[in-house]
Design a binder for this molecule. Structure first.
Ligand code: UD1
Length: 323
């Protein structure tokens, strides 16, 4: 049985990845500073090191006997990153530097990195493939691009014949719009994204808002590629299998390849809650691209992974989880 370190394993996505990694037969150790993570999400028999990955010594010690790392620990609110860029560079870029240094020191062989569709910014075409230009529009997206560069550069340095450190096998996963819950106690507790925001508005007896209905899309509202968090967790296991079985340097989009508009999401929520949610159209939100849908050909071909769950599954599971 191989042992994997999961950074950010007490977070919304991390808790799902923790369960799937264990179900794949791996031993899992989590490092999480619990700044947003919840210990209640972690299975009782998984060890949690309650520290920041910025502490390289702590990470180095945690890597003892570890084959690979799934790295999720990061800040992820786009608006906050615009207001506090240094915080994002310190946590996301500094965190990656610290982790890669510790992995080099410990000779850790494998890495799966949590990247984001935010690396593409406003894409010139859709669906968007992994080879498209990286033009992030926020400090958050910039830190995700830099994270990808850091992984690539660390791996290149470790592959030089002059170094005695083992090569680094890695995959970056560019998540599209993650939603839903794998169990009622694993929902997204933050209210930053569309489905939690709609459910939160309903909870408070308010009308959900559609940010713009004059976009050049089929119904005028923005189109996104929503991916169920359980499908995303399965993609991490497929990526861990890949990096463990061969020496690779890989980047994958993780989405369904199918776009849904904000109005279609509202319709799905109405269906799940059993009444029209009464969404109201408001002004566009600054910085929202009209359409962002993943090309998923590469991940299907190279990882044999594809999304299994529908938008309705995402909405219904989020609703059952209270968000
Ligand atoms: C956001 C981030 C993106 C990040 C992703 C996943 C921005 C600009 N982008 O994507 O970098 O990778 O989250 O964390 O913040 N909407 C409404 N009403 C609402 C809330 C949202 O109409 O109350 C619309 C938005 O305009 C957007 C869509 O719903 O078109 C999805 O929004 P959101 O869930 O915030 O995700 P993104 O903006 O796509």
């Amino acid at each position: 049985m191989s042992r994997w370190l999961l950074t950010g394993g007490a977070g919304y996505i991390g808790a799902h990845v923790a369960r799937d990694l264990r179900a794949s037969g791996r031993e899992v150790v989590i490092i999480d500073d619990l700044s947003t993570g919840l210990i209640s999400r972690v299975p009782a028999d998984v060890t949690v090191i309650e520290e920041s990955i910025l502490d390289t010594d702590v990470v180095r010690r945690a890597l003892d006997g570890v084959t690979g790392v799934v790295h999720l620990a990061a800040k992820k609110a786009v608006g906050e990153s615009v207001d506090q860029p240094m915080l994002y560079y310190r946590e996301n870029v500094g965190g990656m530097v610290s982790l890669l240094q510790a992995m080099e020191d410990a000779g850790t062989r494998c890495l799966v990195y949590s990247s984001s569709a935010a690396v593409y910014g406003e894409p010139p075409w859709s669906p968007i493939s992994e080879d498209s230009p990286l033009q992030p529009l926020s400090p958050y997206g910039e830190t995700k691009v830099i994270g990808e560069w850091l992984v690539r550069d660390a791996a290149a340095a470790r592959s030089h014949a002059s170094t005695s450190v083992s090569p680094l096998s890695w995959a970056s996963l560019r998540y599209f719009n993650v939603a839903g819950a794998g169990a009622p106690d694993l929902g997204d507790t933050s209210v930053n994204n569309l489905i939690p925001m709609v459910l939160d508005a309903l909870d408070r007896g308010q009308a959900p808002q559609v940010f713009g209905t004059d976009y050049p899309t089929h119904d005028g509202s923005c189109v996104r590629d929503y991916i169920h968090v359980s499908d995303l967790a399965a993609a991490h296991v497929a990526a861990a299998d890949l990096v463990e079985s061969a020496e690779v340097a890989a980047v994958f989009n993780v989405g369904t390849g199918v776009g849904s508009s904000v109005l279609e999401v509202m319709a799905a929520v109405s269906e799940v809650v059993g009444r029209d949610v009464g969404a109201v159209a408001v002004q566009r939100r600054a910085g929202d691209p009209p359409e962002l849908v993943a090309s998923v050909d590469r991940i299907a071909a190279e990882l044999g992974w594809s999304a299994q769950r529908t938008l309705r599954d995402m909405v219904a599971s989020a609703y059952a989880a209270g968000r």
